[in-house]
Design a protein around this ligand. Structure first.
Ligand SMILES: [Mg+2]
Length: 411
């Protein structure tokens, strides 16, 4: 059977959602950025008009404003982005169960065998594109091809709100002229190595002996040769078999530097709650925690440790982060930014009890409290219940520090 793979990419996703939420922003230069008051806040996404003026993801707010004087800066709202992402996926699911997410704004769809019912690949792509626009107000770019790698390249070719077909007949014309680093899995380091040997385009990769690529890049080299020649047979996963992310983290750059380990502890507590919430939403448990500390001079220190027990529990994540902060970190400078990252994630349903000697009673009690808190937050909103330590004026962006001598944090 002929394979028909679509790659659907939501255009300027975060910024587009903001414009749907607030129609007054439509057609204006909008950038979704970290904290505006923080000079280190960077652009996470930008609207099409801002993009046309040169605003790039990763620009500092200052840089972005320099390029675009009337830039409207909005703070990210990840919960709403997640909801829109799910809404769009439900449109995709009218056509197939084989839907594989790649980040929040991209999906591959395998619609092989479906094309006779609703037209060919291009016709289905156009139908999906129209439905997404009509039902959500968002636009997508779609690549239609016979494999995932080329479908992804296709969705990048025409933006926004467009469809590109890369077929067995036209791929040499359409794909081979592109720079090698446009292809998925060609990272900065790989591209540098390729360039050293005069391999610049995807066509150059395709025409190089696979053995040579293997010699300079390892196994990855052979795969790249295959992809460049249209020989990617990797399947699109089922919508329910979500790949497990490598890590889930939340970080924050504070409005003012944190002047003591106790102030830092409060921020760590808040971040642990947020990470826990995201783990729950993905039905994942973490087995390791990493704490990244950015000091005033912008150097970053990272510490990590394993959790006793795979968990998505905020208190347990917090306890390990706190231990890393107090016991591993040597305080030399004030702290500018903090990130709590959980890694080695396992699916909740796949988890088996690993450590019999763990204090299961305490774990279960803590889980009951955590579930209750989570239920309240879900029902009444995130700011209706919070950790006691917030009362003592952390330097989170929600409020300025008001207290100079702080009691120890309580969770
Ligand atoms: Mg996108």
């Amino acid at each position: 059977m002929k394979r028909i793979i679509l790659h659907c990419d939501l255009n300027n996703f975060y910024a587009s959602v903001e414009c749907v939420k607030n129609p007054q922003l439509k057609g204006k230069c909008v950038a979704v950025c970290g904290s505006e008051d923080d000079r280190h806040g960077i652009v996470l996404a930008k609207s099409q008009p801002a993009k046309m003026l040169g605003v790039k993801t990763g620009d500092t707010i200052l840089e972005a404003r320099r390029k675009c004087g009337n830039l409207i800066v909005v703070r990210p709202d990840f919960d709403t982005y997640y909801d829109y992402s799910e809404k769009v996926k439900s449109i995709y699911s009218r056509y197939t169960d084989l839907i594989e997410s790649f980040g929040m704004d991209e999906c591959w769809l395998d619609i092989s065998g479906n094309e006779n019912l609703s037209g060919d690949g291009l016709a289905i792509a156009e139908e999906i594109r129209n439905s997404v626009r009509e039902e959500t107000g968002l636009t997508i770019s779609v690549g239609v091809s016979f494999n995932k790698v080329f479908a992804k390249l296709g969705s990048d070719m025409k933006k926004p709100d467009a469809t590109t077909v890369i077929s067995k007949e036209n791929y040499k014309d359409k794909v081979w002229c592109l720079n090698a680093n446009e292809m998925i899995f060609v990272g900065r380091r790989t591209f540098k190595t390729l360039q050293k040997y005069g391999i610049i385009t995807i066509g150059d990769i395709a025409r190089t002996q696979p053995d040579f690529l293997k010699k300079i890049l390892g196994k990855n080299g052979f795969d790249l040769w295959a992809y460049a020649n249209g020989l990617d047979f990797s399947p699109v996963s089922h919508i329910d078999s979500k790949p497990i992310p490598q890590s889930i983290s939340r970080g924050i750059t504070c409005m003012e530097s944190l002047l003591s380990v106790y102030e830092a502890e409060r921020v760590v507590a808040e971040l642990s709650v947020k990470v826990s919430k995201n783990l729950r939403r993905e039905h994942l448990l973490a087995t390791g925690v990493q704490l990244a500390i950015k000091e005033d001079n912008l150097t970053v220190q990272q510490y990590s440790d394993n959790l006793e027990f795979p968990t998505h529990n905020a208190k347990e994540i917090y306890e390990v982060s706190q231990k890393l902060l107090f016991q591993k970190h040597i305080w030399k400078r004030n702290i500018r930014a903090l990130t709590v990252r959980t890694y080695n994630l396992v699916k909740e349903e796949n988890y088996q009890q690993l450590h019999i000697d763990f204090d299961i009673d305490t774990h279960e009690k803590v889980c009951v409290v955590d579930n209750t808190l989570n239920g309240i937050r879900k029902k009444l909103g995130n700011d209706k219940i919070f950790n006691g330590c917030r009362l003592y004026g952390t330097k989170m962006p929600t409020g300025k520090s008001e207290h100079s001598s702080l009691p120890p944090a309580s969770f």
